[in-house]
Design a protein around this ligand. Structure first.
Ligand SMILES: [Zn+2]
Length: 317
């Protein structure tokens, strides 16, 4: 499904320390922001001239898959290099949630991810005080790389949830495509914006991070800073909340590999501790807040870069 090209924005390339480069590339939007407008008139991408070309970026194939692969559910490969068999859709409307940007057809996930989101949404009114959640992108119907947007979200275990409450009146079809989330980060990016940030935001992030299936939760470094400062009592969940570029109007929830799924490539465990130490300061240094332009793009993944099982995921009808 093509986004409105007028709304496409290009994320600047950045110079990063090598250690963080991989993490950053896995999370930075590749060509458009999650805030990119959707459309009420989604159109399929034009057919490929040579879909068998081994040099073809895999995103061109997975980006054209409109339906899930009718196979047993399996998260295959890694978060930023994989695909998804047997995806299920998070319904666009549910008790306590609405899916945003429906035109993207990215409300597909591993059944464990969808179950987690439904559980979170059900708990939100009481635990957070919001009427419900606005849910952004999960994965494509067969997962895999995307023609535009996220570098991760490939194996059905990642989901974005807006840091904006679901309106009490609901969200109509047009609003799902055009409503904008509100950044909770101050313009200078050194802290949260006190005019926007509320205890409810902190309660939502804590609610998600306390879920045993959640391994990481990515938020802007300014949000992490605020949580470090404001959290009283139990801090055991804070270590899962990881500072990241962007993520100032949504949080990115990542669950671990489902039990028994050998084809799923787990990520390293988060370091021990709450992450509220000097490592956080780097995020507010000049090189991060005001990066010099330049740096290289990432090489496009082809089918050969993904697990072999992803070929089957792509062709099973
Ligand atoms: Zn995300």
């Amino acid at each position: 499904m093509r986004p409105d090209p007028r709304a496409m924005r290009h994320a600047p390339a950045r110079l990063l320390p090598p250690l963080l480069l991989a993490a950053a590339l896995a999370l930075l939007p590749a060509g458009a922001s999650a805030q990119t407008l959707g459309t009420l008139d989604p159109r399929p991408w034009p057919p490929l001239a040579n879909p068998q070309d081994p040099a073809l970026p895999a995103k061109e194939l997975f980006g054209r898959a409109a339906e899930p692969a009718p196979l047993a559910a399996r998260a295959l490969g890694s978060y930023a290099g994989g695909c998804l068999a047997g995806a299920v859709a998070l319904p666009v409307d549910g008790p306590g949630w609405r899916v945003m940007r429906v035109s993207r057809n990215r409300n597909w996930g591993h059944p464990e991810l969808v179950a987690l989101l439904e559980r979170l949404a059900a708990a939100t009114p009481e635990a957070v005080g919001w009427p419900g959640l606005l849910v952004g992108d999960l994965a494509q119907p067969r997962g895999g790389p995307m023609i535009w947007g996220h570098a991760s979200h490939q194996n059905g275990l990642d989901a974005d949830v807006w840091l904006t409450p679901m309106p009490q009146a609901g969200v109509d079809r047009a609003a799902r495509e055009t409503m904008m989330a509100t950044s909770v980060v101050r313009a200078d990016r050194r802290d949260v914006d006190p005019a926007v940030w509320t205890p409810a935001h902190a309660r939502l992030i804590a609610l998600a991070a306390r879920e045993p299936r959640v391994e990481r939760l990515f938020v802007n470094a300014a949000i992490k800073k605020a949580l470090c400062r404001e959290t009283e009592g139990d801090r055991s969940w804070l270590g899962k909340v990881r500072p990241m570029w962007g993520h100032d109007y949504h949080m990115h929830i990542r669950i671990g590999c489902p039990a028994g799924e050998d084809g799923c490539e787990p990520q390293a465990a988060v370091p021990p501790g709450d992450g509220c130490d000097a490592s956080l300061d780097w995020w507010f240094s000049d090189e991060v807040l005001n990066p010099r332009p330049g740096g290289g793009g990432r090489r496009e993944k082809t089918l050969a870069d993904l697990p072999d099982a992803c070929r089957q995921v792509l062709v099973t009808r």
